[in-house]
Design a protein around this ligand. Sequence first.
Ligand SMILES: [Zn+2]
Length: 220
Amino acid sequence: MSSFARTFGMSRRRFLTATAAAGLGTGAVLIGSPNARAAAAPTVYDTTAWGARPPSSPVSLAGNDPNKIVVHHTAFANTPDTGQAGSFAIAHEIQDLHMDTNGWIDTGQHFTISRSGLVMEGRHRSLERLRAGSDMVVGAHTVGQNSQGIGIENNGTYITATPPQVLYTSLVAFCAYICSQYGLDPSEIYGHRDFDDTQCPGDVLYGMLPQLRKDVAATV
Ligand SMILES: [Zn+2]
């Protein structure tokens, strides 16, 4: 896998994207799209923006590019998480749960999308690697896929409920950006249950994955 990633290396497009992002500080970062082939860069609120706790020990890099995206739901209640305040509160709740209850070093997933459609960094350095378009942080979201799959937690429970349109729209745009940065095919978008014995990301969201792959492919 490592040799695969190295063989293809960083494309000129990815290099330009990384360069464009390099001058920007932390916070809400709108990453410029260097040419028409790259998917439009969504706004991503990094760990500094939402005031994350530092990891309890340094996060690890996988040493390879991801080969897939894994879609999750948080299984939290489908209550409003409106705007930055509501969305950042969800990011804190997840981090506290993962660090204090699960005993993990940091938030498990790489990214989180709130029900109001805000995209936030989960585990530290995930956005740095995504901006660069090379390597990935080792996550804690799916057994056997934590060094290969970018994990996205979508806030809510989608066993019978349908994700809000704003969440889905953000998920499409963000998956397209990930595919563009890492050179991933949209067919490499999976649900957590494809790898573990879990109902995550819920029957409804799981049932939307074929459409998600199509919508991402149309965006990339
Ligand atoms: Zn999951």
